[in-house]
Ligand binder design. Structure first.
Ligand SMILES: [Zn+2]
Length: 334
């Protein structure tokens, strides 16, 4: 009990000495890196939120899927997305101070008519200094509007991994999340509130096992090996409870937990803390995947820094996850 409190009768403050927690103030200013977002599709104000909350560097991923208006999709539609990101990147960096780099990829969530044209062009893009990753890409269990069989998808993914090997670039792997069953579905035709997507146009799955999300990751890992791409050059984004054990125990890939839309995929800072407890921080990252087509939170990564500490993760491990690992893999300057 602190004798010096002048309150008329004891308040909670009287007992605070007994509950003293040593909060590390350096977490307030710890810089962080978001290795997977689509910030070039966000508003100026959302990008400013990244800067205001201490984002040091980010990878803006341009790889299609949601932003190609025409179906079927042609190579030029994807090429436009790459060029849009290339066009705007420097201005975004100048506006907001953080280092903005690019990930360019061919995503298989929509079938592309002539993907070889993209693969041919991609080599030259890989030479650009601002392109620090290939992706996001990865076998997808079902497509939008028009199906893409698994063999073709795998070939596109593997070809990008071969380019990554050749150009010594890391790959941001899109690992599908296993959907969490909320126990109740929405009225037909309403879609998913918070996700700007005509879900009724989704095709029947091309992977039909019990766990297509994990089967897709296993195919990606085989493609990675066949492409001669080092495990340590692959960052599996959208890591979750369905793929963590497989990736941790069967590969040396990095796992990046997407926490910018937890309401949709169910992954939170608690999952990151559990993974750090179980496997250590050396192969773990966090990303936001913020995009204009989703209800997403540019502050998610900053919030996670505090959450991880509250969940018992020490400052050193938090720094490894949000700053050191991304810096090393993607060779950020800042
Ligand atoms: Zn994404």
């Amino acid at each position: 009990m602190t004798a010096s409190h002048p309150t008329k009768r004891p308040t909670d403050a009287t007992h605070l000495d007994e509950q003293d927690v040593d909060l590390p103030k350096e977490l307030l200013n710890l810089p962080w890196i978001d290795v997977h977002n689509h910030a070039h599709t966000l508003s100026w104000e959302d990008r400013e939120r990244y800067a205001l909350s201490g984002c040091r560097s980010m990878i803006m991923v341009a790889s299609g899927y949601h932003w190609t208006p025409y179906k079927p999709v042609e190579a030029d539609d994807i090429r436009y997305l790459w060029d849009d990101a290339v066009n705007r990147r420097a201005a975004i960096e100048r506006n907001h101070f953080f280092e903005a780099k690019l990930g360019l990829g061919i995503h298989t969530g929509v079938r592309i008519e002539n993907p070889d044209e993209l693969l041919t062009a991609m080599g030259d893009y890989c030479e650009l200094e601002e392109v620090v990753a290939i992706g996001e890409t990865g076998v997808t269990p079902s497509q939008h509007v028009s199906s893409w069989d698994v063999d073709h998808q795998r070939a596109i993914v593997q070809a990008q991994m071969e380019l990554a090997t050749e150009h010594d670039l890391p790959v941001i792997l899109h690992t599908p999340n296993r959907s969490t069953d909320s126990g109740r579905s929405y009225r037909p035709g309403t879609g998913i509130p918070g996700y700007e997507k005509n879900t009724s146009l989704g095709c029947e799955p091309v992977l039909d096992g019990d766990n297509p999300a994990l089967d897709a990751v296993k195919i990606d890992v085989k493609a990675m090996r066949d492409a001669g791409l080092d495990d340590r050059r692959v960052v599996a984004s959208h890591a979750d409870g369905n793929n963590t054990e497989y990736l941790m125990e069967n590969t040396d890939c990095y796992l990046s937990y997407t926490i910018g839309h937890s309401w949709l995929i169910g992954v939170t800072a608690a999952d990151v803390a559990d993974a750090i407890d179980e496997y250590g921080p050396e192969r773990i990252m966090i990303d936001t995947d913020c995009a204009n087509v989703l209800r997403t939170d540019p502050f998610a990564l900053k919030r996670a820094i505090f959450e991880l500490y509250r969940y018992g993760i020490d400052e050193e491990a938090i720094r490894t996850v949000v700053l050191d690992n991304p810096r090393e893999v993607f060779e950020f300057e800042a």
